[in-house]
Design a binder for this molecule. Structure first.
Ligand code: ZN
Length: 320
């Protein structure tokens, strides 16, 4: 049907499909389905079902809205629809776009989840009407979406904007950096994402680190999250203070370098860790201010993401 578009947000645990009004970005209907199995065929079946449910709720057939856009939490090879690497799905080089296209019978456009989120914010959210935008998300993963000159910038292979996988630590004799979900060592994500921060705190407590995090989770290490570190930080816990100083320095410096390099008019910050841990966000912004080139901050505005969890599915639906 004219005026409506279908989008899918494919994360590591759920597939969410939505019917979106192309003119307003409003979600007309949506359906979220857990991924019981993560094999590509099983995920195609789950996505098809979610699309069918969402379209049905809006009173349209899934194939009637034209091309379907999908945002995937992983590295996507641009227009080919091949997901090179999606750690949460356990995928390497999966031709997901082709598989879904065959099953659905309409063209499918696959892109990185943060690229589609940036596009959603550009069309209907915190970056509306702005031509040069950098969106940075720090949640269970870390990444960025880049809009340059009004267009989504995805690079020669479609993997531009992978801020989570820039290196912030390199191996040297006697030191091995933390391993990232992408397989490489020393990535920003390995030091700053919610999942990796929690894993590190668990390891360090198990190795004898003294911190109030342990009381806050009542000795249950499975309950350690970035929010608990934030709580310990508020109590003045020395371990949490040192950890947040390190994480804020790495994030602040990395985002500042990205802004210095690309000169966006707007920087949008989002993701559960940055939005859910205000002390960390504050420290990060202070480090950002110290590190960013003065010339790149003229006319720069920093905003929180407006569309929240909806940015991906909306951006995917209206992707050009
Ligand atoms: Zn990595």
């Amino acid at each position: 049907m004219k005026g409506l578009a279908l989008g899918v947000d494919l994360g590591g645990t759920n597939a969410r499909a939505a019917v979106v009004d192309r003119a307003t970005g409003e979600i007309v209907a949506s359906h979220k389905e857990p991924l019981r199995e993560r094999g590509p065929e099983a995920v195609v079946a789950t996505v098809l079902h979610a699309l069918g449910q969402a379209a049905g709720a809006a009173g349209i057939a899934p194939a009637s809205a034209g091309r379907v856009g999908v945002g995937v939490a992983g590295q996507v090879l641009g227009a080919t629809g091949v997901v090179m690497n999606a750690p949460n799905l356990g995928w390497r080089d999966v031709a997901f776009g082709t598989l879904l296209e065959k099953a659905l019978g309409v063209p499918v456009r696959v892109a990185n989840d943060l690229s589609v989120a940036a596009w959603g914010e550009k069309r209907f959210g915190a970056a509306r009407g702005i031509e040069d935008v950098v969106l940075v998300f720090v949640g269970s993963g870390v990444g960025s979406g880049l809009i340059l000159g009004g267009r989504l910038h995805d690079g020669a292979q479609g993997v531009a904007g992978e801020l989570g996988h820039i290196k912030v630590r390199l191996p040297r004799p006697g030191f091995t950096p933390r391993r990232c979900g992408c397989g490489q060592l020393g990535c920003l994500e390995a030091y700053t994402s919610g999942v990796n921060v929690a894993a590190r705190v668990r390891e360090e407590i198990a190795a004898g680190a003294a911190t109030r995090v342990l009381e806050l989770v009542e000795g249950d290490l499975a309950r350690v999250t970035a929010s608990v570190v934030e709580e310990a930080h508020a109590l003045g816990d020395a371990y949490a203070v040192a950890l947040w100083d390190e994480v804020a320095e790495l994030l602040g410096l990395s985002v500042a370098n990205l802004v210095t390099l690309l000169n966006p008019a707007r920087l949008i910050l989002g993701g559960g860790v940055l939005l859910g841990a205000p002390r960390l966000a504050d420290l990060t912004l202070r480090r950002f201010d110290e590190a960013v080139s003065r010339s790149a901050t003229r006319g720069l505005t920093v905003e929180r993401a407006w569309l929240g969890d909806d940015a991906g599915v909306i951006g995917a639906a209206v992707l050009e």
